[in-house]
Design a protein around this ligand. Structure first.
Ligand code: NOJ
Length: 660
């Protein structure tokens, strides 16, 4: 908190001095020069070269090596009458040269320091390549694994998602790389899990579920946001003044700038709310977009105070990124890959879903066969958005197992099979929605450890029945194979927990832990209750699930006002980390409240026999919900769960109204 306060203070002083320079520039700029600042292009786009020569490019996206970025920057400065540098941006999503686990995997670590560290390293590497702005973190809550972009975010939960969002912003910006929280907003609420599709929801769901990670990013000082492709209600996010003006700037006090997603301004015509590029640009600007990505629509705008406002914001970001005073990157700077950190973060991101008869960990002397389509794959390990990560520098599962000293034999001779299955990187990420997320079954002939590489929860009910050990490894990045070997052989005790619910079959989707109750809770004895005829109502693996090679026991749950504490003990024989989770339920409220909501978590390292007391302090806001009057916390009883324990908490008098 203090660090953030100091950073904000320094930022404010610097910003004042820059403001004078910005106003001086604005006074000299022509309308065309202003609109150029609000336009972003990719280097190989036809509009780019002539615009650059006339000094009419605000930002480039996707130039990724220092030499190329410097060339573009030189051209921009030569073309710009007022010597305004470019802001070079790129999708540095989960690493730049060193690739870390996909964000959904890092969320499985429930380790905010790991998330922050991955962003710091990514930022250093990106800066060395001349990049000053990343289009990350992606903070979209996603409750539908048909949607391929679930890979890029922190999963289904706003509390975990907010913690991760803030950590990434601190990490990127702490190393001088501007961050961009995206996609504002509710992009993850895509109907049917179809990418770019509408999101239609109540204001309460928008506020309680989809917006909190954005607000967390804003509170952490994020420099920019990206407006989403989708409609929210019936209004495209990129023309949505309620989102960008009322909430983002009005309520949250955001001072940074908003870039549209790729051609999202021009796409307002496809959405059917603008007839021409000019009309689309005018609507986007009016709603709060400051820069148009790739579609050159903002070049059509007329003079207006809104244009000046947007230019101010963009120039301010350029000062914050340091491009005015230090426009070029050092081309000789080469950073070594951060393999040790990538491996450690990958180890923490792995979730042990099932381990019947303690099949895992494996003794290295055991004769194992390594099968499955993804066993030797390096490229897939990098995941759908791997920036400058190189397959040849990436450790596959089989390489990781070999390096760890595995006794690998042909299948016929093996005692144990390690089957590496899942989906390819192309089946995950943007424009990779799947109508069926079933993991294809295979024949299980010997004791099998199934390692799943994927960017989404896959439906694997058959495997949960027939395969004794299941390891959810996601896409783990450069050091993935080594981290998987570390866990399979027990050099590392798995500690990841699911940040998203795993359905039994696709048809259960959407299924998530914070569901509202129904008037007819599922009852297998009664037909007239909320359930399916053909499949159980419960998910295959719930949110927060994850096994360890040791066991943990909870005791002494105590509730004192809004403070909740409990003992957690390592009751097994190996060192291990437990992710202690706190859930609440508002028992009786004026509106229906979720049956369970995550409100706190703590990762605790415990030696065998060791006990630690974990304390959570809730705030009234943690217990609040959105109404027409804003956020309210109603007095009354709340159920509280920590680990396996449950108790009650009472809010006695209405707590002070909380703006947020
Ligand atoms: C479109 C994607 O939706 C967005 O996340 C990304 O940052 C931009 N393309 C730029 O590559």
């Amino acid at each position: 908190m203090q660090r953030i306060a100091v950073a904000l203070l320094l930022f404010t002083f610097a910003a004042r001095a820059d403001d004078a320079r910005i106003e001086a520039l604005l006074r000299q700029m022509t309308l065309e020069e202003k609109l150029g600042q609000l336009s972003q292009y990719v280097p190989d786009q036809p509009e780019m070269k002539p615009a650059l020569e006339k000094g009419l490019v605000g930002s480039v996206l996707g130039a990724v090596d220092a030499k190329r970025v410097n060339e573009l920057q030189r051209a921009a400065l030569a073309g710009s009458r007022l010597k305004i540098p470019l802001l070079p941006g790129h999708d540095v999503i989960h690493g730049h040269r060193t690739i870390f686990p996909i964000p959904l995997a890092i969320a499985s670590s429930w380790d905010v320091d790991a998330a922050e560290l991955s962003a710091r390293i990514a930022a250093r590497e990106a800066r060395a390549s001349g990049i000053r702005w990343t289009f990350a973190p992606m903070v979209d809550i996603a409750r539908d694994p048909r949607w391929g972009r679930i890979a890029e975010g922190a999963g289904e939960d706003p509390h975990l998602g907010s913690a991760m969002a803030a950590a990434y912003v601190r990490g990127f910006q702490g190393e001088g790389l501007l961050a961009c929280a995206k996609h504002f907003a509710a992009y993850g609420g895509a109907e049917g899990g179809r990418d770019y599709a509408r999101a239609d929801m109540s204001e309460a769901t928008l506020r309680e579920v989809y917006l909190p990670p954005f607000q967390a990013a804003v509170d952490a000082g994020v420099a920019s946001l990206m407006s989403a492709f989708n409609t929210v209600g019936n209004v495209p996010a990129t023309a949505n003044a309620h989102l960008m003006r009322d909430i983002l700037r009005g309520e949250w006090g955001f001072k940074g700038f908003v870039v549209s997603d790729w051609a999202a301004v021009a796409e307002l015509m496809n959405h059917g709310i603008a007839a021409t590029k000019k009309e689309a640009a005018t609507k986007a600007l009016a709603a709060g977009v400051d820069m148009a990505m790739t579609d050159a629509t903002f070049m059509e705008l007329d003079t207006s105070p809104l244009v000046d406002e947007a230019v101010r914001r963009v120039l301010r970001a350029k000062f914050a990124a340091g491009v005015f005073d230090d426009p070029f990157a050092d081309e000789s700077r080469v950073l070594p890959l951060a393999r040790a950190e990538a491996r450690r973060i990958a180890q923490r991101s792995i979730v042990l879903l099932k381990n019947e008869g303690s099949l895992l960990p494996l003794a290295k002397s055991k004769k194992i066969a390594v099968t499955g389509p993804l066993a030797a794959s390096k490229a897939n390990m990098l995941g759908p958005w791997a920036s400058e990560g190189k397959p040849e520098e990436t450790v596959s599962v089989i390489e990781g197992l070999r390096a760890a000293g595995a006794n690998i034999v042909p299948e016929e001779e093996a005692e144990i099979i390690v089957a590496v299955v899942g989906e390819t990187r192309e089946q995950s990420g943007e424009a990779a929605s799947r109508a069926s997320i079933e993991l294809p079954p295979f024949e299980v002939r010997k004791p099998t450890v199934m390692v799943v590489l994927s960017g989404r929860p896959l439906a694997m009910a058959w495997a949960a029945e027939r395969v004794p050990a299941i390891v959810q490894a996601w896409f783990l990045g450069t050091e993935g194979g080594n981290a998987i070997a570390d866990v399979l052989f027990g050099d590392v005790n798995p500690s990841g927990k699911l940040p998203v619910t795993f359905p039994r079959v696709t048809g259960q989707v959407p299924v998530y832990h914070a569901q509202l109750p129904t008037g007819r809770p599922a009852n297998p004895e009664s037909k007239w209750t909320s359930k399916y005829l053909d499949v159980a109502i419960e998910p295959l693996f719930p949110f927060g699930h994850g096994l360890s090679y040791t066991t943990f026991a909870y005791a002494n749950l105590k509730v004192d006002g809004l403070t909740v504490s409990a003992d957690v003990r390592n009751s097994g024989k190996r060192e291990g980390d437990e992710v202690v989770q706190l859930y609440v339920r508002d028992v009786v409220a004026s509106v229906s409240r979720p049956v369970k909501e995550l409100k706190g978590f703590r990762r605790v390292a415990l030696r065998p026999g060791e006990t630690k007391r974990v304390t959570f302090t809730l705030t009234p806001r943690d217990l609040a919900f959105w109404t027409e009057k804003g956020w309210v916390t109603e007095p009354g009883k709340f159920q509280v769960w920590v680990g396996t324990l449950m108790s009650e908490l009472e809010v006695t008098s209405p707590p002070a109204a909380d703006r947020r």
